[in-house]
Write a protein that binds this ligand. Structure first.
Ligand code: GFB
Length: 316
């Protein structure tokens, strides 16, 4: 087990994943959590990151910072997605090596796998075929992150591990209708349609693409589990192993928020990867499995969205 009293750095603590990890570590009794605001440290700047690491000397690092977004953000901002992520992964991994961090976990994404990978996707599918074009830049940066951790382990013996989560959702997500991921974007669209009493709600693509959704509190739990129990070169998938079509997801969200609405598909928008469900047998064999059922996660996430909106925390 990693030492609960040692200094732990959560890089990216304001994001969906980082904030969930911080909550999980706090509830676990970690007593020396270190975070830094973006305005105080640009994680893309190696010398600034080195200086910060030298003064803070974290023993454990959760590397979950990065530029993220849904299919539209990925397709329209490929430069930001490749540059920001490549730089952030590079600076944090290198600085962690320099100050002799005892263990680091790096989070990739299920989009690292080839578009035509066999489903469910096993860890060994990495680099076995061409990537999905809508998120190629992000995927390449994420693959580079895996190879960074592998490289520092191979060359220096650093205990740096990589986990590949499936599509995530939960409290603290980005509910932007255009740039967010499908689940929060649809929640917001159905919510606003209900407020404005619109008869129809638009869903991008054909609705036939399939996705797997993991609640971010489950992911945070898995990250701590892996920090305590996993130390190997190969990355490890984190998911539920269960997927559903975008149409089914949209129907679930409609039934929760605005059952009277009619769903209209806009097939001029991209479907992205046809299917993306992870084989989670490696993690299951280690003894971890997801706990939050999608129906429960949708209800709690929607409640969080409504509460955050009432507090004025959701951007218009
Ligand atoms: O979450 P998402 O944007 O990303 O989901 P990916 C895209 C799927 O949902 C596509 C459909 O099949 C879309 O056609 N969709 C339907 C919508 N309505 C909407 C909507 O209103 N908004 C959005 N965003 N999608 C992401 C990568 O791919 O996967 C990220 O782009 C990351 O980089 C993430 O890796 C895990 O699942 O396609």
């Amino acid at each position: 087990m990693i030492d609960r009293k040692s200094p732990v750095f959560v890089a990216g603590h304001k994001g969906l994943v980082g904030s969930a990890i911080l909550r999980r570590l706090e509830s676990e009794g970690f007593s020396d959590l270190r975070v830094v605001e973006r305005k105080d440290l640009d994680l893309r700047d190696q010398s600034a990151v080195d200086t910060w690491f030298e003064s803070e000397r974290p023993k454990y690092v959760f590397l979950v910072a990065g530029t993220v977004g849904g299919i539209m953000a990925n397709s329209t901002r490929p430069a930001d997605f490749i540059y920001d992520n490549l730089m952030i992964h590079g600076t944090v991994v290198h600085a962690s090596h320099r100050v002799e961090v005892e263990k680091l976990i790096y989070l990739g994404s299920s989009c690292i796998y080839p578009r035509e990978a066999d489903q469910p996707i096993t860890e060994s599918s990495l680099l076995s075929g061409p990537l999905e074009p809508t998120n190629e830049s992000y995927a390449l940066a994420k693959i580079a992150g895996i190879k960074l951790c592998e490289g520092y382990r191979r060359q220096y013996g650093d205990d740096f591990i990589s986990a590949m989560p499936t599509n995530l959702y939960g409290q603290g997500d980005n509910f932007d209708e255009i740039n967010g991921h499908v689940l929060p974007s649809l929640m917001r669209r159905f919510h606003e349609a209900k407020e404005e009493q619109q008869a129809t709600v638009e869903v991008w693509g054909t609705g036939k693409a399939k996705r797997e959704f993991l609640h971010v509190d489950d992911l945070a739990d898995a990250c701590l589990f892996l920090m305590d129990n996993y130390s190997d070169l190969e990355h490890i998938n984190v998911g539920t192993g269960v997927d559903l079509s975008i149409q089914e997801l949209a129907e679930n969200i409609r039934d929760l928020i605005y059952p009277e609405a009619e769903i209209v598909f806009d097939s001029s928008k991209p479907d992205g990867m046809p299917r993306k469900v992870l084989d989670v047998s490696k993690l299951t064999e280690l003894g971890w499995k997801a706990r939050v059922p999608l129906s429960e996660g949708l209800t709690s996430t929607y409640k969080w969205f409504c509460d955050a909106k009432a507090r004025g925390e959701i951007r218009e």
